[in-house]
Structure formats: structure tokens, C-alpha cells
Design a protein around this ligand. Structure first.
Ligand code: CA
Length: 361
């Protein structure tokens, strides 16, 4: 490891020296970078872990091997929830996770993963790339020495796995449920106890009754963890995660050592993976849902309307308080909400109107 670090530094150093001496092009083209990517996911986990693998492979391919990125699953180099710190420190040059895991660093970070009853995947990408979201996200992570980039989106998630029916908000009282981010805060206000655990620990926590219920992602990922084996009901929709953006974290110093073409490759590889993972979920979720329903006979339930209504009211309360937390939160919320209001009007007469029209006989 030490030797590799030494070679990396030497390569980076010679590239920098080359630039200083005006030798840049050839010296830069020869420089090789060996990066590590730590992730919050179990190694090779379908969708989430494989997106991190794809990101690393793409960076390697697009750069013709000038950057090689080695991916580490949760706990291989650092535990899942230490990814942010590990990339800040430079223990790894990249990370892959989701911004709501870092609310201990900044509550505002949650706006860049997902907001209960907020933007869908399509709208989130629009806000990020074309309506100011990504600039604000970069501003937020700058003091941590990090550059964030959207690097995957799950689309609308599922509500979760329960061992009792949820017929009213009162059924959420006292419920110990794994649910991260702002959705967790909403559950708390409904009288439940939110727990944040990394994905790899959920099945055991449910089996041992450390938690009563869990959400994870959607059929594709939930089938892989086998929650149907130990719970009774599978609720929808995932009001709490309507289109979760996954993130790549890039150590700013490591990024700035790269020549411009490699910087572009790293950021554009993130962009490719961001779209590709959403396509993967959109393809795999329907097939996995078939398996859950037809092979495992899962009892699929929709949250009753009055439960949704109350959760929406609580969500607005939670998001409103977060939005008012400090100047930067106010700035991010102003941008998010302006886009949300505008987008809602358009989504109503495009996606929603079309989906309703498509299914009418
Ligand atoms: Ca989730």
C-alpha cells in the first residue's frame, strides 16, 4: 500500500512538475493514477454496489488505464458510514453513497439525496444539472475538501416491509423502523422510532427483532436481501424516497492533481452511471416485483389515503424546519422549492396526464 501511495504521489508530482516546466502534454499523458473508492454498500450488491463497480470500470476504460479505481465494499477499508470522512481525509480518493447518510455533517446535505413528497428521479436530475442544484451541492461540500456528483438514482422506492398492517397513522406509533434521512424524521413525528442502519445489517436486525420494520429500496434490491422471508406486508409508495440520488464523492486535492481531460472523464463517468443505474432499476424492478408476487406470494399493500395525507403534512413540517435551519439551508430550499413548484405544473400535464391517459380504455 505504501509503495502504491508513493508511486501515485510520484506520478502526480511528475505531472505537476511537468505542467510547471511546460512539459505538460506528454508528462500528463504518461501519468498514472491509482485511486481507491470506498462505498456504503455491500461489495457487488445488485444495483448499488455494481453501480460503484461500473463507475470505476468506466473511469478506467475511458482514460485508457491512466486512472485505475479499486472499489471497496462497506467495512473492507472503512465502515459504511465513515465513507464521507475517509474521502475527506484522502484515505480514499472517491466514495459512493447517498447524501442523507451525512446529516451528522450537515443537515442540508439531505436535500441532495431525496426529500419526502419531493422531486422524482427525472425532476431531481433536471434540478441538479440544469436548475442550480449541483452548484449548491458543490458549495456545501467544499469546506470538507470534497466534490460531489450525482452517480445513480433509484427512482421511486417502496414504502417498506412490515409485520403488521398500517391502517392508520396510529399503527406507526412505537414502530421501530429502519428509515434514513428526512423520512426517518417524519416517522418520528408520527410516533415511531427511526433507526439508521447500513443495508448489509438489515436482514439480521429484522430477524433478531432489533427493528420491527424496514424500508430499503425497491423490488430489485429488496428481493436480493430476502425481506419477504421474515415479514408479512410490503407497502407502497415510498413517499419518503421519491427518486433518491446516489452520490460520488471525490477528494478535491486528488481531483485537482488530474489533468483536465481526466477530470472530465471522472465527472462524465459519474453522469453515465447516474443515468444507467436509473435505467437498470426501471428494468429490474418490474421483473423482481413479478418474482415477489408470483413466486413468493408477497402481500402487497398500498398505504391508505389518510395515512399518506398525514405523512405529507408531517413531511412539509419537517422539510420546512430544515429549510429554515440556517442561511445555506434557506438558499438550497429556495432553489429546490422554486424548481419543485414549476416542475409540478409541468409534470401534471406531461408524465401524470400521459400515464393516466395510457391506461384508460
Ligand atoms: Ca431507502
Amino acid at each position: 500500500m505504501q509503495r502504491r501511495d508513493f508511486i501515485r504521489k510520484l506520478a502526480a508530482g511528475s505531472a505537476a512538475l511537468g505542467a510547471g516546466l511546460g512539459l505538460s502534454n506528454t508528462a500528463h499523458a504518461r501519468a498514472k493514477y491509482r485511486w481507491k473508492m470506498v462505498t456504503t454498500w455491500p461489495k457487488n450488491f445488485p444495483g448499488l454496489g455494481t453501480a460503484a463497480n461500473n463507475l470505476a470500470a468506466l473511469i478506467g476504460e475511458m482514460s485508457g488505464g491512466r486512472i485505475r479505481v479499486k472499489v471497496y465494499g462497506a467495512k473492507e477499508l472503512v465502515p459504511a458510514f465513515e465513507v464521507f470522512d475517509a474521502v475527506t481525509r484522502g484515505t480514499a480518493q472517491m466514495g459512493h453513497g447517498a447524501a442523507y447518510y451525512w446529516k451528522g455533517k450537515s443537515d442540508t446535505a439531505q436535500f441532495f439525496s431525496t426529500v419526502p413528497f419531493g422531486l422524482t428521479a427525472q425532476e431531481m436530475n433536471a434540478w441538479m444539472y440544469h436548475a442550480g442544484g449541483l452548484e449548491l451541492w458543490r458549495e456545501l461540500y467544499k469546506p470538507f475538501g470534497l466534490i460531489p456528483a450525482p452517480a445513480g438514482n433509484t427512482g421511486v422506492q417502496m414504502g417498506g416491509w412490515f409485520n403488521k398492517e398500517i391502517n392508520s397513522v396510529a399503527d406507526l406509533k412505537g414502530l421501530k423502523m429502519r428509515i434514513p434521512g428526512l423520512g426517518g424524521e417524519v416517522l418520528k413525528r408520527a410516533g415511531g422510532t427511526p433507526v439508521n442502519l447500513p443495508g448489509g445489517e438489515l436482514f439480521t436486525a429484522l430477524s433478531n427483532k432489533v427493528i420491527d420494520a424496514t424500508e430499503w429500496v425497491g423490488p430489485y434490491n429488496d428481493l436480493a436481501f430476502g425481506f419477504y422471508k421474515i415479514t408479512k406486508y410490503y407497502y407502497y409508495p415510498g413517499f419518503h424516497e421519491p427518486g433518491t440520488t446516489l452520490e460520488a464523492l471525490i477528494n478535491r486535492e486528488a481531483f485537482e492533481e488530474l489533468p483536465k481531460d481526466l477530470q472530465s472523464i471522472v465527472l462524465n463517468a459519474c453522469k453515465v452511471v447516474n443515468q444507467d443505474l436509473l435505467s437498470e432499476y426501471t428494468a429490474r424492478n418490474p421483473a423482481a416485483l413479478d418474482t415477489l408476487l408470483n413466486k413468493h406470494h408477497v402481500d402487497l399493500r398500498r398505504y391508505p389515503d389518510d395515512v399518506i395525507r398525514e405523512l405529507r403534512r408531517l413531511s412539509r413540517e419537517v422539510v420546512g424546519e430544515l429549510a429554515d435551519k440556517d442561511d445555506f439551508s434557506r438558499k438550497v430550499f429556495a432553489s429546490y422549492d422554486a424548481f419543485y413548484q414549476q416542475s409540478k405544473r409541468w409534470s401534471d400535464i406531461s408524465e401524470r396526464a400521459y400515464l393516466e391517459a395510457r391506461d384508460k380504455s
